[in-house]
Design a protein around this ligand. Structure first.
Ligand code: NAD
Length: 362
């Protein structure tokens, strides 16, 4: 029996988590779920959006799956998602973006994997607010060392990039490429402008690439990479990036394969793993039985593969692909045009997936 930590999240999180649980249970895999809560409602009740018991449960069970969690914009508590990744040292964020026939998209046959560094960069949470004493002290220090002067009303975010984290994430990308028969790793950066931070990331990636002569390696500047992905996505395979570019490029790649509703994800460390979709908590759709459960269900598929339940994982993925290809029991975002018959709700799409999982039983 596997014991898995389940974090339903907030917004659309609890609904899509329930759908995912049902699909996994339909395979017959022996799982005991240990449910713990984090997010907006927990903040209201417990004064923290991420209670220690959540971290303890993940550390104990080693594997967790979570729904998205809302982060207030510009004020309020810091991102629970970023805190989880940092506190548990889940240094690699893995986001496969694969075309499923039937999904409405301008592209076909895309099979990209985004590997995002998860612990540092501008997401490190080291920020200095406009008008505060510490911010002025930092500006004075910078002026004394570099003679660069900033406006008095400046806010500052720090972008730490280390050689060790850059090497670790690139090695992760190459190891993934090797294990999954991938042909190429592309490192993405802006080292022409940020010579020390992105320059270090690129230098570390080049160094690691020397240990993997069986896999092609190249690098791209992030702005050019965005254009290339839109124009020629089939040229790329595994893409490795620092945290911020990784976040942005993941959504771009999700857009290539039909949107956020179909792209799963995993946050991985040396011992712990936390699976979650790429998309957020879409609060406007909360409790409407409306959004696509696919990204969360496919995150469950990634989790099953991680715990070596490959047969169950394949059955769910095949069932999801079948329902999408048939195009009958799919949510609004998967409908091709205005003339398509009306979409179904999330629960009806999940029922169609479960029917196929059960019919495919060995
Ligand atoms: P979002 O991903 O929640 O939603 C953006 C849009 O994408 C939605 O309006 C909807 O049109 C579409 N969408 C998202 N999920 C979908 C699904 N399953 N099916 C169909 N369409 C879907 O992004 P946002 O609006 O920028 O963020 C909302 C909140 O989620 C914010 O507080 C943000 O910080 C948080 N967030 C959390 C995570 C996480 O938990 N890992 C990730 C990203 C954003």
């Amino acid at each position: 029996m596997h014991v898995i930590t389940l974090i339903p999240g907030d917004g659309i999180g609890p609904e899509i988590t329930e759908m995912t649980k049902r699909c996994i249970e339909a395979t017959g895999v022996d799982i005991k779920w240990e449910e713990v809560h984090a997010g907006v409602e927990v903040m209201e009740k417990e004064g923290t959006p991420l209670p220690d018991k959540v971290l303890a449960a993940i550390r104990k069970n080693k594997v967790a799956i979570k729904g998205p969690i809302t982060t207030p914009v510009g004020k309020g508590f810091r991102s629970v998602n970023v805190s989880l990744r940092k506190k548990l040292n889940l240094y690699a964020c893995l986001r496969p973006c694969k075309s499923y026939p039937g999904v409405s998209s301008n592209y076909a046959d895309i099979d990209l994997v985004v590997v995002r560094e998860n612990t540092e960069d501008l997401y490190a949470g080291i920020e200095f607010k406009e008008g505060e004493k510490e911010t002025q002290e930092l500006m004075d220090f910078i002026k004394s060392k570099t003679s660069s002067e900033m406006k008095k009303d400046t806010a500052i975010s720090i972008k730490p990039i280390s050689r060790s984290a850059s090497e670790k994430i690139t090695r992760f990308a190459f190891e993934y490429a090797r294990k999954n028969n991938r042909r190429k790793v592309t490192a993405v950066h802006k080292a022409n402008i940020m010579k020390y931070t992105d320059g270090l990331f690129l230098e570390a990636a080049r160094q690691v690439a020397k240990d993997y002569s069986d896999i092609e390696f190249e690098d791209r500047i992030v702005d050019n990479m965005c254009m290339q992905l839109v124009q020629k996505p089939l040229l790329y395979d595994v893409i490795v990036l620092p945290n911020l570019y990784g976040d942005i490029v993941s959504d771009l790649c999700a857009g290539l394969v039909g949107g956020l509703g179909v792209t799963p994800g995993a946050n991985l460390g040396d011992e712990l793993a936390l699976f979650e979709p790429t998309h957020g908590s879409a609060p406007k759709y909360k409790n409407q039985n409306k959004v696509n459960p696919t990204a969360m269900i496919l995150s469950g598929v990634m989790m099953l593969k991680y715990i070596n339940e490959n047969e169950a994982a394949d059955r769910i993925e095949k069932a999801v692909a079948g329902v999408i290809a048939e195009g009958k029991f799919v949510t609004y975002d998967l409908k091709r045009g205005k003339n398509d018959s009306s979409p179904v709700g999330m629960a009806e799409m999940t029922e169609a997936i479960i029917k196929r999982i059960k019919n495919d039983e060995c």
